[in-house]
Design a protein around this ligand. Structure first.
Ligand code: 3PG
Ligand code: MG
Length: 400
């Protein structure tokens, strides 16, 4: 892994430190429904406080498209952040640049924290505009990026700003990069990837990259149906991208050439439709009734995957194996997740998960504490699995 600077490279005592965090948290009825992204940045904040830094937090929320949209204010995050820091006072500036922000930065004491309003209220943020970045740069002496989950965006606060101030990765960014490196950069082999989710079309680049990197590729979820169909297996009324058959065959061929073993479900759980309490049956993947749909991998498939993981040293997990939100179609995901968690606990498997609804599937299975690492990132995790360069990471390496 190319190198980047960290908090350890600077003397931050009394310095104004601009920290990019990702507080794009899910909010339901004005309340934060999952505060993981806030909690996960606390070690960085505590570290900076201990070093006597004046901490200025920059973040985005939603997609306000360059205008001040009151419903997308970061103000509600102040309470959640304060709580996560044991009731500490957090100040707030109602604009991320300008006179008020400058005055509030000027009033900060060592170890104190100021949160700036939503960066995306300014069009310059998403445009990676250098003038806007320079306005932000006026507020700080040092720049820390602790928002891996926003690092796939080349925005002013994730890219341009890193070129204007001494720049480093925060603790969460470091953790994410270290674990991703262990999972795919220099993994202990054999390495397996489990990729689930609805559509092949959204994960083409990802699958293409993985077949060249992993030893075992487990394909689950709706996209497994597309692969079964591509092999001439009828999938009834299952979700299936029929137009992706050629692409699926190309991926399978590529996997074969690269020596990557592909595991598709050998048995499946079918039902007339996706609803709780619907009558279900388990059939061979080759025997899906015409009027039914595949909603989960079957128990034999889950068992086969769990067995395979026993001989692996590393697992990268993205996406569920079935429609886990509706019981009983959570069974295969639960079973494999628990098997992976047990192997992790016994020390034989390194497990790294992230992206989209992966984390909720693992929380549902009750294993979120038992995986080696769960990323805070959605889209950034996927782009990293695709082998893409993340601009927010790249710039930290460029300026190091
Ligand atoms: C996320 O939630 O995935 C990140 O915060 C990035 O948000 P975005 O997809 O709106 O750029
Ligand atoms: Mg996103």
């Amino acid at each position: 892994m190319s190198q980047f600077k960290t908090i350890d490279n600077f003397d931050l005592n009394g310095k104004r430190v601009l920290v990019r965090v990702d507080f794009n948290v899910p909010v339901v009825d004005g309340k934060i429904s999952d505060n993981s992204r806030i909690v996960r940045v606390i070690p960085t904040l505590k570290d900076l406080k201990a070093r006597g830094a004046k901490i200025i937090l920059m973040a985005h929320f939603g997609r306000p498209k360059g205008k001040a949209v009151p419903e997308m204010s970061l103000l509600p995050v102040v309470a959640g952040l304060s709580e996560a820091l044991g009731g500490e006072k957090i100040s707030f500036a109602s604009d991320c640049i300008g006179a008020e922000a400058a005055a509030k930065v000027g009033a900060l004491g060592e170890g104190e924290i100021l949160l700036l309003e939503n960066l995306r209220f300014h069009a310059g943020e998403e445009a990676n505009d250098s003038v806007f970045a320079a306005e932000l740069a006026k507020l700080g002496d040092v720049y820390i990026n602790d928002a891996f989950s926003a690092a796939h965006r080349a925005h002013a606060s994730t890219e341009a700003l890193a070129r204007l101030l001494p720049a480093a990765a925060g603790r969460l960014m470091q953790m994410e990069l270290e674990h991703l490196e262990q999972a795919l950069g220099q993994p202990k082999r054999p390495v397996a990837a489990l990729v689930g989710g609805a559509k092949v079309s959204t994960k083409l680049d990802l699958l293409g990259n993985l077949v060249g990197k992993v030893d075992v590729l487990v394909i689950g979820g709706g996209m497994a149906n597309t692969f079964l169909n591509a092999q001439g297996i009828p999938v009834g009324r299952s979700l299936c991208e029929h137009e992706m058959a050629d692409t699926a065959r190309t991926i399978l061929k590529e996997a074969e050439q690269r020596g990557c073993k592909v595991i598709l479900p050998s048995d499946v759980v079918v039902a007339a439709g996706l609803s709780a309490g619907v009558a279900t049956s388990v059939v061979a993947a080759t025997a899906v009734p015409e009027n039914e749909m595949i909603l989960d991998a079957g128990p034999a498939s889950a068992q086969e995957i769990a067995e395979e993981l026993k001989s692996c040293k590393t697992l990268v997990w993205n996406g569920p194996l079935g429609c886990f939100e509706t019981e009983p179609f959570d069974q295969a995901t639960n079973q494999v997740a628990r098997a992976a968690a047990a192997l992790t606990k016994s020390g034989s498997l390194l497990t790294v998960a992230g992206g989209g609804d992966t984390v909720s599937a693992l929380i549902h299975a009750g294993v979120e504490q038992d995986f080696s690492y769960i990323s805070t990132a959605g889209g950034a995790f996927l782009e990293w699995l695709e082998g893409k360069t993340l601009p927010g990471v790249q710039v930290l390496q460029d300026v190091a």
